[in-house]
Design a protein around this ligand. Structure first.
Ligand SMILES: NC(=O)c1ccc[n+]([C@@H]2O[C@H](COP(=O)([O-])OP(=O)(O)OC[C@H]3O[C@@H](n4cnc5c(N)ncnc54)[C@H](O)[C@@H]3O)[C@@H](O)[C@H]2O)c1
Length: 326
């Protein structure tokens, strides 16, 4: 029988955190979640509440006493709490930076004090406007100009990566950095700009599917179920400590085609409407045309690759939206 561990998950009431919590509880581990419900929601973790191995602390993680009392008894810390979503990043740039840099510094310092391993969910945004496809973890990155608020998210996450790696270098703290690419599935909200839940909700409501830009930009969508499997494998792979690892799908789809696939799978007659980036995000917005991870390191170190196809994922999101009417 595998050893039962105590996990601390910051941002555990969020989209990915709630799936991660459920999966670890299913394996019989103990899970404590810290979440201030800023972009997460109580309903994501409400079904877990009856489990005696689950505890939720609804609070801002940026509280030194709370971090001391929760990190010390934990065996492993998953740090997912963050500002998330292009819309939020563009509209609330100060909050974005505040919610990423300082909490990560505090948490990592406490992890160092108690020698607790920590995994940070960083982001493919870190690759910025690089055109070196597929993106490899140790390739140089190309970030856009600082006057474009979008790049604050990437730069703040990059600083987080540097901070964890610095602790690893100075005190051999086991740190794990995962750069997630577009992750989708049940419970994701479209409120902060995520494209698939927006499209599915619009299709089900008979409203237009609003495509930003001309729809030829491509992305790779990975099921949250695959991502959670990858996060857990990374956390159990000592050889991944002190390294960065991409997790995501490398199967590209143009956003216009994604809209058409959603219409087909929902059977909706909604129209597809194009809206310029400027109209949606203002004049300072910058986007990248393609974003594809190299999955070589994930394959080599944790034997991972995604299992679910884009159609599987769209169907999972449709089922979820039909149930929750979100
Ligand atoms: N979903 C994706 O496609 C994607 C892609 C790349 C990276 N990521 C990263 O994965 C992680 C999880 O993202 P998600 O998609 O589940 O988003 P999410 O918004 O659902 O989850 C983030 C959670 O953090 C909580 N939170 C934020 N600041 C907090 C604070 N100061 N104290 C306590 N809780 C706080 C929010 O309430 C939310 O529940 C984030 O670190 C994000 O940067 C996600």
């Amino acid at each position: 029988m595998t050893e039962k561990l105590r996990y601390l998950i910051t941002g555990g009431a969020g989209f990915i955190g709630s799936h991660l919590s459920a999966r670890l509880l299913d394996e019989g581990h103990r899970v404590t979640v810290i979440d201030d419900l800023s972009t997460g929601a109580w309903r994501n973790i409400a079904p877990l509440e009856g489990n005696p191995n689950f505890r939720a602390v609804i609070a801002d993680m940026n509280d030194a006493d709370l971090l001391e009392s929760e990190v010390a008894p934990a065996d492993f810390v998953f740090h997912l709490a963050s500002a998330v979503g292009v819309r939020l990043v563009v509209e609330r740039p100060v909050e974005t930076i505040r919610r990423i840099v300082e909490p990560t510094e505090r948490l990592t310092d406490v992890c160092t004090k108690y020698r607790r391993p920590i995994l940070l969910t960083s982001t493919s945004e870190v690759y910025g406007i690089s055109e070196r496809i597929p993106f490899r973890e140790e390739d140089p990155v190309v970030i856009g100009a600082t006057v474009k608020p979008r790049w604050a998210y990437a730069s703040a996450k990059m600083l987080d990566e540097f901070y964890l790696l610095a602790h690893h270098k100075e005190t051999a703290l086991p740190v794990f950095i995962v750069r997630l690419f577009n992750t989708v599935g049940a419970r994701q909200t479209g409120k902060y700009g995520m494209v698939l839940p927006r499209f599915v909700s619009a299709a089900l409501a008979g409203e237009p599917l609003v495509v930003h830009g001309d729809g030829t930009q491509k992305r790779c969508f990975c099921s949250v179920l695959d991502v959670v499997e990858g996060l857990i494998r990374v956390s159990r792979a000592p050889e991944a400590a002190g390294k960065v690892m991409n997790l995501g799908s490398d199967d590209e789809i143009a956003i216009g085609d994604l809209a058409r696939r959603v219409l087909e799978l929902t059977g909706s007659n909604s129209p597809v409407a194009l809206k310029s980036y400027e109209e949606v995000f203002g004049p300072d917005f910058e986007d990248m045309h393609r974003r594809v991870p190299s999955l070589e390191r994930a394959r080599r170190l944790i034997g991972w690759k995604p299992v679910y196809t884009i159609d599987d994922i769209i169907r999972q999101v449709i089922d979820d939206k039909r149930k929750t009417k979100d």
